[in-house]
Design a protein around this ligand. Structure first.
Ligand SMILES: [Zn+2]
Length: 186
């Protein structure tokens, strides 16, 4: 199937435009094989063009920094959606530790008057950090999976691809957990 050069293809079933790397048509349910341009794509699965372009740009610039709106806006949800669970936990713990220290500092400095402001500023900084570093973290994950996969026999490859891709359920679980925590802490 042709990539209509903008990351889309025309579904042979319903003739609608869908993401080039979609294996099932979201409109009519038709299934088809997808040819990936390289092994990384088989692990990225969604928005392949977007991420490969970002990775190429970062590598050309020799930089781990980039910008990802999704990562900036959805932070931990984006991380678990892209299956970066361990990293999400680490960054979250780091955020709590920094916010806790800032809260303590504020109590010491002005009886806690500035605590809310400080925590809001830290929240925004964390969003920016994830927005800037997210693509780099994701590239590290994808490259690691490609390396692991390269040593596997062909019949185990399909199973291994499932370590890539996205996880909507994890995003829902994260939302439920943070909702429950908010209720408990209120
Ligand atoms: Zn279709």
């Amino acid at each position: 199937m042709q990539n209509n050069n903008n990351g889309y293809k025309t579904c042979p079933g319903c003739k609608k435009e869908i993401d080039y790397y979609e294996t099932v048509c979201i409109y009519c349910g038709q299934e088809f094989e997808v040819e990936y341009p390289d092994e990384r794509a088989a692990y990225i699965q969604k928005n392949v063009d977007k991420y490969l372009r970002k990775f190429d740009k970062m590598n050309a610039a020799g930089s781990g920094a980039s910008w990802n709106w999704c990562a900036f806006l959805f932070t931990f949800s984006w991380m678990v959606y892209r299956k970066m669970y361990g990293l999400a936990v680490i960054v979250m713990l780091a955020m709590f530790a920094i916010e806790f220290s800032a809260g303590m500092l504020s109590i010491y400095a002005d009886g806690g008057t500035s605590a809310n402001l400080l925590i809001n500023v830290i929240d925004i900084v964390i969003c920016i950090v994830i927005g800037v570093l997210g693509n780099g973290w994701y590239q590290t994950k994808v490259n690691k999976l490609v390396k692991e996969g390269a040593e596997l026999p062909a019949e185990e490859k399909q199973q291994h691809y499932k370590k890539g891709g996205t996880n909507v359920l994890a995003v829902i679980i994260l939302a439920l957990i943070s909702g429950a925590l908010n209720l408990l802490l209120m």
